[in-house]
Write a protein that binds this ligand. Structure first.
Ligand SMILES: [Zn+2]
Length: 102
């Protein structure tokens, strides 16, 4: 069953990639791991197709936020504190537990 009915926003020029294809390649596209030719095809599609361009823009923005947060959001001091708290709690919660427990 070939349901290509949804892949038809924007122009509908048959030489270009469809929406399904564009969206499927979006992550690879944003990672910059596509071939130049492929990237161009996706870029052309995004240029013509509003919904896909929106999706790509959102995804790119999300990635930028996530990667910048992940990089410098969690200071070492916080990690150390959390680790210490976890260790302390583990010790407090069951100090008399025999080491050979099930
Ligand atoms: Zn599209």
């Amino acid at each position: 069953m070939g349901d290509d009915g949804r892949a038809r926003c924007g122009g509908g020029k048959s030489s270009h990639v469809g929406c399904q294809e564009a969206v499927r390649q979006l992550y690879v596209y944003l990672d910059g791991e596509l071939t130049e030719e492929r990237r161009l095809q996706i870029a052309v599609h995004l240029d013509e197709c509003g919904p896909c361009a929106d999706a790509a823009g959102f995804e790119a923005e999300l990635r930028a936020v996530v990667s910048s947060r992940c990089k410098d959001r969690v200071p070492d001091s916080l990690i150390a504190r959390v680790a210490a708290a976890i260790a302390a709690e583990a010790e407090l919660s069951d100090p008399t537990r025999p080491s050979g427990a099930p």
